[in-house]
Design a protein around this ligand. Structure first.
Ligand SMILES: *[C@@H]1O[C@H](CO)[C@@H](O)[C@H](O)[C@H]1NC(C)=O
Length: 215
C-alpha cells in the first residue's frame, strides 16, 4: 500500500487542463481518495473537484448501480423493475438506449434508479472509489463552526499544521479502505511462516507484511 500526492485538480481538468486527465486517470486506480479542502471555503472547491472527477468516470462514495443490463441481438427492449421508479419508465429507458443505438436489451432496475445511473451502466467504464474529505486549517475556525463542518458527509476536520485530529483520520481511513487490522507476516518476528498478526505486532527488520482485505 502506498500514498500518492497528486497535483491539484483545477477547473477543466477532465478536459485536459493542468495535465488533469493524467491526474484523474491515476486517481481512478486508487483504493481510497483523500481530497484536501480549505475549511474556510470547502463547499465550492468540493463541488468543483467532484465535477471534474465525475466527468472522467469516477464515482465517489457510491455503490455501483444495482441494474442488470444485457445487450442482445434481437427481441427488443425487455424492461423490468423490482420496485417503484420515480424517474425511469419504459419510454425514457428506450429513448436513453436509442441514443446509444441499442434497440435490443434486457434491463432490470432493482432500486429507484436515475437516468444518470442507467447511463453509467450502459457506458460501463465507471469506477467506484471511497473518498474522505480532509477539511484542513481547523485552527482558524471556532468550535461552533467546527460543529457545522462535522455535518458534511465523509469528512474529517484536521489541522495539518498542528497535527490535530490525525487519530480520527487514521480511524476513518481504515474504515473506508475496508481493511481489517490483521496482516500476514513472514520473517523473524513470527514463529510460523506466514503468521496472522494484529496491528500491535512488532515487526523485525526485513519482515514481509501482507495486509488482508475484508471480503
Ligand atoms: C440488488 O438488489 C437485489 C434485490 O433488491 C438484492 O437482493 C441484491 O442484494 C442487490 N445487490 C447489490 C449488489 O446491492
Amino acid at each position: 500500500m502506498y500514498l500518492l500526492d497528486l497535483p491539484g485538480i483545477i477547473e477543466g481538468a477532465k478536459d485536459g487542463k493542468g495535465r488533469g486527465r493524467q491526474v484523474i486517470a491515476v486517481a481512478r486506480t486508487c483504493s481510497l481518495i483523500f481530497i484536501v479542502l480549505d475549511v474556510l471555503k470547502p463547499l465550492g472547491h468540493k463541488r468543483l473537484i467532484e465535477h471534474e472527477l465525475e466527468g472522467f468516470g469516477l464515482r465517489l462514495n457510491k455503490q455501483p448501480p444495482n441494474i442488470t443490463f444485457r445487450k442482445k441481438d434481437k427481441g427488443g427492449i425487455n424492461f423490468q423493475t423490482t420496485c417503484a421508479q420515480s424517474e425511469l419508465d419504459l419510454e425514457t429507458v428506450k429513448s436513453i438506449l436509442s441514443e446509444y443505438r441499442i434497440h435490443n436489451a434486457d434491463i432490470t432496475l432493482r432500486y429507484d434508479a436515475t437516468s444518470d445511473d442507467l447511463i453509467d451502466v450502459i457506458e460501463g467504464n465507471r469506477v467506484y472509489v471511497p473518498c474522505i474529505y480532509l477539511l484542513n486549517k481547523i485552527d482558524q475556525i471556532s468550535i461552533e463552526e467546527l460543529d457545522i463542518i462535522y455535518k458534511i458527509p465523509h469528512c474529517v476536520p484536521i489541522s495539518a499544521h498542528h497535527k490535530w485530529n490525525f487519530d480520527d483520520l487514521l480511524e476513518k481511513m481504515w474504515e473506508y479502505l475496508q481493511l481489517v487490522r490483521i496482516a500476514l507476516v513472514w520473517g523473524s518476528s513470527v514463529k510460523h511462516q506466514p503468521q496472522k498478526v494484529g496491528k500491535d505486532h512488532i515487526l523485525c527488520d526485513e519482515d514481509v507484511v501482507q495486509i488482508v482485505k475484508k471480503v
